[in-house]
Design a protein around this ligand. Structure first.
Ligand code: ZN
Length: 398
């Protein structure tokens, strides 16, 4: 059932659009939202799609308990087309390299060691021309499966369930217009990760840093000791930053400074960085590194002007979750009951759940059994999606 749902959802193109100012950013996201509403209706579950394209639904349970929420996003990433997705299904996978249709691309165990986990299982891949859209339609299919499982329980024997399907997660606008009142739950889980045994209760703290350097331009023939070339000053400033703090050199809980763009001429050079760290204090240190570098350059080249503007982008949800541990206790109990080993893995990015957490709804992220998101090498493992559905279903069983 979960496979049929998943295949039906990935065939609907729901790519979001970062150039659009409308909400949702692309109206084709309604194609899936409307279908989900219809399917919920057929199961006897009432839902509301609000004017911002957020679908909210509720399933009553034993009202001595607070409702718990589940959230997935319906849009797919910008990096790769999600139009006319033609999934390949490989039953009883034997660990060989997989040709993606006739595209010439190959999913190999050498490049993607995760594939080894899928031996003997059912794999769903792309045909090499599009992404798969398992991010996050695997999450959507898991939630719909959980809905059926929960409805099969007696009302007195289940916890109330709140559902939220959002558009525009991939362009960072998923939490826009979020209504805790409509979601109406004590805490929630986004189902938007990869490995089913990995739970994320932390994401990065994030800042942006813009640098503008005003140099001093005079005729280069008589520039000795007087011409401050803004481009060269920018290079020097960047050289003063910690050398090992780049995405290329960091993993796990290590933070980074990532230069995203740079442009300039002799008079004016600009650079845009993003700064990331799970630890708030260490992120402050990263900002100070930029301030120290600015001071060094300004002192070395008197009269040059350097402007730094840093802005908070999002915060680590761990700050909220560690003070409201019910959502962790619940998922830990489920893993114990099912005799599974839970691993907490910090997300190296942001999550919609971070914003929900700071708006009063603590929201860890759970896996979907899908990997290599945002591109043509994306794949899902059916048995892992089924395991995730089983785990999430147990959250609601009293
Ligand atoms: Zn996602």
């Amino acid at each position: 059932m979960i496979l049929e749902d998943f295949l039906r959802y990935v065939k609907i193109d729901t790519q979001s659009d970062d150039a659009s100012e409308s909400t949702p950013s692309s109206f084709k996201q309604y194609d899936l939202l409307n279908l989900l509403q219809k399917e919920l209706h057929q199961l006897g579950v009432k839902s509301e799609i609000d004017e911002f394209g957020r679908l909210y639904a509720h399933i009553e349970g034993n009202n001595a308990y607070d409702s718990i929420g589940l959230c997935s996003h319906v849009d797919t990433a910008l990096e790769c087309s999600g139009y006319d997705v033609k999934p390949q299904i490989i039953h009883n996978y034997q660990g060989e390299d997989i040709l993606l249709g006739i595209s010439g691309l190959k999913l190999s165990t050498k490049d993607f060691p995760h594939l080894k986990k899928a031996i003997g299982k059912t794999l769903i891949t792309t045909d090499g021309t599009t992404l798969l859209g398992a991010d996050d339609k695997a999450g959507v299919a898991i939630i719909m499966d959980v809905v059926r499982n929960v409805l099969a329980m007696k009302q007195s024997e289940r916890r109330p369930l709140s559902i939220l399907f959002t558009p525009d997660e991939e362009i960072g606008r998923g939490p826009e217009h979020f209504s805790l009142e409509k979601f109406n739950c004590k805490y929630a889980y986004t189902i938007d990760g990869s490995d089913p045994l990995h739970v994320s209760v932390e994401n990065f703290n994030a800042e942006s840093m813009d640098i503008a350097i005003h140099g001093k331009s005079i005729h280069p023939g008589s520039g000795k000791g007087k011409l401050f070339n803004a481009i060269l000053l920018m290079n020097e400033l960047i050289d003063l930053l910690p050398e090992n703090m780049t995405p290329y050199k960091t993993e796990g809980r290590e933070g980074f400074n990532h230069i995203v763009s740079m442009e300039g001429n002799v008079e004016l050079a600009r650079a845009h960085f993003i700064l990331r760290n799970h630890d708030k204090e260490k992120l402050k240190e990263q900002v100070k590194d930029f301030e120290r570098a600015k001071k060094v350059i300004e002192e070395k080249y008197p009269g040059s002007i350097i402007v730094l503007v840093h802005k908070e982008q999002y915060k680590n949800m761990g700050e909220v979750i560690f003070k409201n541990r019910d959502c962790m206790d619940t998922i830990e109990n489920v893993f114990n009951k099912l005799d599974l080993k839970l691993e907490y893995t910090p997300t190296r990015g942001g999550t919609d759940g971070a914003t929900f957490s700071f708006l009063g709804c603590p929201c860890p992220n759970l896996g979907t059994g899908s990997y290599n998101h945002h591109g043509r090498f994306e794949f899902a493992i059916l048995e892992e999606m089924e395991l995730m559905s089983k785990i999430v279903t147990e959250i609601f069983r009293l």
